[in-house]
Structure formats: structure tokens, C-alpha cells
Design a protein around this ligand. Structure first.
Ligand code: HEC
Length: 415
């Protein structure tokens, strides 16, 4: 099994394996409408297979903001997530999954892959035009949905190999290289006899699990502070988990406005291959989980009936590594559409969504400070947030706490 994360690691970095059409999008985790090139892979590998809980009347698990990588087939949502970008016409745009398998068969990882998954993996009779077919970006035409023409047996083998490619990547994502659980917060949980968190960070955590009710969705492994007697100390004995994932695996509509800056809105004209990513242009509404439940990609017809009540909902993000950035001045894009650009903006939104006025037009100078635009999807908006009554200083303390969730913390003694 040692080979598995290793193989996944190599595949994960194999940018030459699947060439991005525009070279801009991260090929493992992004969607053009959802600029998640800044989201972290941490924790994703630990999401459960999507299920509907009758009692809670809620969906738990799955991957992608709209849950569409359900994990139904492979029993692994992260693996199914990894299989999407290579053939998504808005991302890598390969016209056929068999193209990815073909390129794998020609790559330096081939023997490693065979060691893990078996020598049958690439025993496939490729048509002589495979390279040419694969060089034309997808989507394939409706008349020829699998443009690499294979025998039924070879197609079955290519499909299995493709699935195993996804499983390798998921295993890598779960490995300590991607998900190490080495944040300052983890260190604090493991060293309760030490004053690890600064006073502001600790105050922020207490707000996070108290007045600001963040941990009702972003589970931090502790009970609500209503039950806590001495908020000045860490109380890991109360923790349900010593490695909390900061998500409850459900989804919610936070009432976020549209982000017109997302390039997807301009991609309404066919490219030279006749493909238009978003024919609806600016009138496109992203309904998130609701749209997935209505789509042919929904593997369970019983779920369709819930679509309307999940319009506008997106999966609760993990908050691990939410402040991680390649360099200090790097501007991240938060939430499914990247509308919020800093953690301060995020906390201010939760705090004041329902308190501040609605902005007057897109150019209102008060936007994000003294006014908020209307939600993109006005139904199913979560009523528990939006009016938290936090002071400016308390907002800053929550931000300070969020910065303690970045991996690779080096304790002072070890410096
Ligand atoms: C009702 C459940 C709920 C509560 C309460 C909640 N969140 Fe969230 N959070 C979500 C959901 C759902 C998303 C993703 C929403 C989207 O993108 O549309 C999210 C996203 C985020 C993100 C963006 C992560 C990313 O990678 O883009 C941050 C940061 C965040 N929440 C912090 C907080 C903080 C701080 C609080 C408390 C003030 C809080 N949340 C309270 C459900 C919740």
C-alpha cells in the first residue's frame, strides 16, 4: 500500500499528463464558475459518501461545492472528484476518459501504476488515431460521445484504470503530505498545559464556538461554549475529535451575492471548436446543490424531490488552511464564487448580512463595508447567521483564530 500515495502524488503533479486548455485552472480542484484554485485540498479526502438523512432531512458528505462527486460508485467522493477535471470541457477538456488512460500509458508513471494496480491496466488496443482524437478538446459530439473507439472489453479496462487513477489521487490527498494536521490549533489541542494560542486567538476561538455560532456548521470538535465554565482554558477533554475537520459535511445557502467578476459570465460565445461554456452569460444563476439534484449526474432518483429545497446551497467548507497562501500579499477568493476576498470580509458578512442596507447598484462604494448586495439565490437562505452582534474587535479576533488553522506550525521551542 505504500506505493499508493506515492503513485497518486506523482500523478497529481503530472501537469504534462493532461494539458489544460488555457493553462490557468488548477487541474485537480477547480471549476471556472467557482474560483477554487485557492481552496485547499486538505480534509477533502475525509468526506463521507453522500447520503440523505431522513431524520435531519439533510445531505451529508460528497465532494465539490455542489456535492456532485457523490462517491456512490467508488465509495470515495475524493476519487470521483479527481476524475472530473481532466474531462470537464471547462477545465482540462480531454474529449474522452480513455485519452487520459492513453497518456498515462505513455508516461513515466506507467510501471509504478502497474505495480499498484496490476499489469492489465494498460493492456488496451489503441486505435491508430488516438493521439489525434485526444488532441481535440471536448466536449465530444453527441453523435460520438466516446471518440476513442475501443472494443467493449478495452473500454471496460480503460474505465477501470481511469477509476484507479482517481483512487490514487484520493489516497495522496489523504496522505500527510497534503493533510498533515500540523496547525497551531492542532498543536494547542495536543499541548493543553501550554499557552499556545495568543489571547486574541483564544478569544476568537471562544467566539467561534460561542456568540458567533461558527462551530454549529464548521465543527471544531467541541461543544458549544454555552456549556463551558472557564473560557480562558483549552478544554480538549470536551473535544469529540482531536483532529476536527471544521465542517459538518452539510450544505447551506449563506445568501451570498453573485460575483460578476467571475470570467465564466463572459464565456457565452462559442470558441473555435463551437463550444460555449456558459451560453446564458450574466443571466446564469448558480443554484448549487439544487441544480446537481436535478441533473442527470444525480445517481439516486429518490433525491430529485429535494432539489427545490437545496437551491442556493453549497457545501460547508473546511476551515483548515483557510488562511494559507503562497505569499503574504496573495489575495484569496472565498466562498463558492470567490465573492469575498479576505477573512475579515467573510466574518463581516456573517456578522452583518441582515443588518446593513442593501447596496444601491454594483458600484455602491459602501459594498462589503456598509451595505451588501442581494443574495444570488433568495430562497433557502440560512437564517441563523447574518446578525451576530459582533464588535469590530471581535470580528478581528475570529480572523486571528482562523489563521491558527494553517498547517506547518513550528512551535517556538523547535525554532
Ligand atoms: C449555517 C452553517 C454555517 C455557519 C453557522 C457558518 N458557516 Fe462558514 N460556511 C458555511 C458554508 C455552507 C460555506 C460555503 C458557502 C458558499 O460558498 O456558498 C461556508 C464557508 C466559509 C468560509 C469560506 C471557506 C473557503 O474556503 O472559501 C469561511 C472562511 C467560513 N465559512 C467561516 C465561518 C465563520 C468564521 C463562521 C462564524 C462567524 C461561519 N463560517 C459560520 C456554513 C456555515
Amino acid at each position: 500500500m505504500q506505493f499508493l500515495p506515492h503513485a497518486g502524488n506523482r500523478l497529481h503533479r503530472a501537469n504534462s499528463l493532461v494539458e489544460s486548455n488555457d493553462g490557468l485552472l488548477s487541474w485537480i480542484s477547480s471549476l471556472p464558475i467557482r474560483p477554487s484554485e485557492t481552496t485547499d485540498l486538505h480534509v477533502r479526502a475525509f468526506y463521507p459518501v453522500l447520503q440523505y438523512n431522513q431524520t435531519q432531512q439533510d445531505f451529508y458528505g460528497g465532494n465539490f461545492w455542489d456535492l456532485r462527486a457523490t462517491g456512490y460508485k467508488l465509495q470515495n467522493p475524493a476519487a470521483e472528484q479527481a476524475l472530473d477535471p481532466p474531462v470537464d470541457p471547462n477545465e482540462m477538456g480531454m474529449p474522452d476518459t480513455a485519452c487520459v488512460v492513453h497518456r498515462l500509458s505513455q508516461s513515466q508513471y506507467r510501471s509504478l501504476f502497474e505495480t499498484v494496480w496490476g499489469v492489465q491496466a494498460f493492456v488496451i488496443k489503441w486505435p491508430s488515431n488516438v493521439a489525434e482524437v485526444c488532441s481535440r478538446p471536448g466536449p465530444p459530439s453527441a453523435a460520438d460521445p466516446f471518440p476513442v473507439h475501443l472494443t467493449r472489453e478495452d473500454r471496460g479496462r480503460a474505465d477501470s484504470t481511469y477509476d484507479q487513477f482517481g483512487l490514487s489521487i484520493a489516497l495522496y490527498e489523504a496522505s500527510p503530505e497534503v493533510s498533515p494536521f500540523t496547525s497551531k490549533f492542532d498543536y494547542a489541542l495536543a499541548h493543553t498545559d501550554q499557552q499556545v494560542l495568543s489571547p486574541d486567538e483564544l478569544a476568537g476561538w471562544n467566539l467561534f464556538r460561542g456568540k458567533a455560532i461558527c462551530n454549529t456548521c464548521h465543527l471544531d470538535g467541541t461543544a458549544s461554549s454555552a456549556k463551558q465554565t472557564n473560557p480562558s482554558l483549552l478544554r480538549p477533554a470536551e473535544a469529540a475529535s482531536v483532529a476536527p475537520l471544521f465542517t459538518d459535511f452539510t450544505s447551506a445557502n449563506l445568501g451570498l451575492p453573485k460575483n460578476p467578476a467571475v470570467p465564466y459570465y463572459d464565456e457565452n460565445k462559442p470558441d473555435k471548436y463551437g463550444y460555449a461554456p456558459n451560453p446564458r452569460g450574466l443571466s446564469f444563476i448558480d443554484k448549487g446543490v439544487g441544480d446537481f439534484l436535478r441533473s442527470p449526474g444525480n445517481p439516486n432518483s429518490d433525491w430529485k424531490q429535494y432539489a427545490d429545497s437545496f437551491d442556493g446551497k453549497f457545501q460547508t467548507s473546511t476551515l483548515r488552511n483557510v488562511d494559507k497562501r503562497p505569499r503574504p500579499d496573495f489575495v484569496k477568493a472565498y466562498m463558492h464564487n470567490g465573492y469575498l476576498k479576505s477573512l475579515k470580509e467573510v466574518v463581516h458578512f456573517y456578522n452583518t448580512r441582515d443588518v446593513l442596507a442593501k447596496c444601491k447598484g454594483a458600484d455602491d462604494p459602501g459594498q462589503k463595508i456598509s451595505c451588501w448586495p442581494a443574495p444570488e439565490v433568495a430562497v433557502n437562505v440560512n437564517p441563523t447567521v447574518g446578525r451576530l452582534g459582533l464588535t469590530d474587535k471581535e470580528e478581528d479576533q475570529i480572523v486571528a483564530f482562523l489563521t491558527t488553522l494553517t498547517d506547518s506550525y513550528v512551535p517556538p521551542a523547535a525554532k
